[in-house]
Design a protein around this ligand. Structure first.
Ligand SMILES: C=C(O[C@@H]1C=C(C(=O)O)C=C[C@H]1O)C(=O)O
Length: 475
């Protein structure tokens, strides 16, 4: 499936300065002979480290980073600075991004401990919701893919450092080897921080980006279109903004998110211009591990109860609700249909289960399949995004109506973000329960699925609940 990456074995490259230097020199020599440019990717096991602490110490605002953590699986990755990057505006972005990854891998020499979790070259990807930024006001391009200069990961107790560097016949190996060495030294001194849950002393005062009555009247208007069979489902979003007396602290906010939502994917991605998109998403778009594909239908929501009895009551109502089940069903049918388009077979349980988060619960149907016929991760993403969990049905009509109803740009909200490795393993989530942070300003987004039977007040209440998820973690 993937262009095979040449692999060599060197155990001590991060332990022995001389060996690192010799290895890079040998790489350069082969390149001079062949007149090429190559990425050299070195993976080695590390002492226990906290990737969030490393992000805190070494990420710089004007450089790209990507952070990813699933606390209940003991998994975290921090990707910092770029060895190679690709940005694209406009349509065709998924296939162009996949081409970039394939050609980069075809020019990569991978070495070191390549059999550990998260070892070897990984590409980190951030897409916007729409493939075209019509108003030109999105802080992120339609597609950003990068191979980081540094990658720090842990899966349970197994921690790995990956250093990626570009070498060509003009490369100054002395300087490259010295830089890698210095950075490793810096990280060894700063791989841990005593984090604690922090909260905002002053209560943040959110402002609606657009009047919330607009949201309710959009729901009423959408319900009319649903009645006249123009479409059957649309997901409408609302955004709020908060100003803080001091710049928001990205890493402390992420630490809060990983503590409060251990069963969500906590993420942060930067645009390299000082703006970050952070969140704690419950919605997995794809996971591919050794050609096994998992995707989730997640739609239909209810609050959590304050007592066990109230919680069970809300769960029961959600599971039995014909309207919520219909809203959920649209997502399943869409995903199944799209997987079939790619020739991928699938399995799923006949009735939805529940995904219970700390403040909200959702109807949830995991769908599994097998990757066959050379289908690549971004091909699957191109088929699936956006699902009716964040757009609607039929998709094209829902998308044009979202543009009409929502007076703000979704940018990266509700769009795919995740990673792809050199073996074709991959994981992407949908960027919901999220906020765009720009120094002391944060814009938070949340949406709700509208189908026949939706009540504008209840949909607004659901959105407020979803917005709270992030608001309470921001510091
Ligand atoms: C669109 C969002 O969430 C989506 C909408 C849901 C719903 O309407 O029930 C549930 C989960 C998500 O698929 C969001 O959180 O912003």
């Amino acid at each position: 499936m993937f262009a095979s990456v040449p692999v060599t074995h060197h155990a001590n490259l991060f332990e022995d300065r001389k060996e690192l230097h010799q290895f890079l020199l040998a790489c350069k020599q082969t390149l001079i002979e062949k007149g090429l440019q190559k990425v050299v990717s070195i993976s080695l096991p590390s002492k226990p480290l906290d990737p969030l602490a490393v992000l805190d110490r070494i990420a710089e605002p004007e450089k790209l980073h990507f952070y990813w953590e699933k606390a209940n699986q003991g998994e975290a990755i921090a990707a910092i600075d770029t060895a190679a990057k690709f940005k694209l505006e406009g349509v065709d972005r998924f296939s162009q991004a996949q081409k970039f990854i394939d050609s980069c891998l075809a020019n990569t020499i991978a070495t070191g401990a390549l059999d550990l979790p998260f070892s070897g070259p990984h590409f980190f990807c951030t897409f916007t919701f729409f493939d075209e930024n019509i108003n030109g006001d999105s802080p992120f391009p339609a597609a950003t893919v990068f191979l980081p200069r540094w990658q720090f990961s842990c899966q349970k107790d197994c921690c790995v450092i990956v250093a990626n560097t570009v070498i060509d016949s003009n490369a100054n190996i002395e300087v490259i080897a010295e830089n890698i060495w210095q950075k490793l030294h810096q990280i060894r001194l700063a791989n841990y921080r005593n984090f604690h849950l922090s909260n905002y002393k002053q209560k943040l005062q959110p402002q609606d980006v657009t009047d919330r009555r607009n949201f309710q009247s959009s729901v009423v208007s959408a319900l009319q279109s649903i009645r006249s069979k123009h479409f059957s489902k649309i997901v409408l979003a609302h955004a709020i903004e908060v100003n803080s007396p001091r710049p928001f602290h990205r890493v402390d906010s992420l630490n809060n998110l990983r503590i409060i939502y251990p069963d969500c994917y906590v993420f942060s991605t930067s645009n390299g211009k000082g703006q970050d998109f952070i969140g704690a998403s419950p919605e997995r778009l794809i996971r591919i591990q050794e050609r096994e594909l998992e995707t989730d239908a997640l739609a239909g929501s209810a609050p959590r109860g304050k007592t066990a009895a109230e919680d069970a009551y809300f769960a029961e109502l959600l599971l039995r609700s014909e309207k919520e089940r219909r809203e959920h069903r649209v997502v399943i049918d869409f995903i199944v249909d799209r997987l079939s388009n790619l020739g991928l077979s699938h399995q799923r349980l006949p009735i939805p289960g529940l995904l219970q988060l700390s403040n909200i619960q959702h109807l949830w149907t995991p769908i599994r399949g097998k990757i066959t016929g050379g289908v690549q991760p971004l091909q699957i993403l191109a088929e699936l995004h956006p699902t009716p969990a964040v757009a609607g049905d039929p998709r094209d009509i829902a998308l044009s109506q979202i543009r009409r109803y929502e007076a703000f740009d979704r940018s990266v909200y509700a769009a795919p973000l995740g990673w792809i490795d050199h073996r074709g393993n991959s994981e992407f989530v949908v960027g919901i329960r999220s906020a765009l942070i720009d120094s002391d300003r944060a814009r938070l987004y949340a949406g709700a699925g509208i189908v026949a039977g939706s009540d504008p007040d209840k949909e607004l209440a659901e959105i407020q609940l979803k917005l709270q998820a992030l608001l309470k973690a921001l510091v």
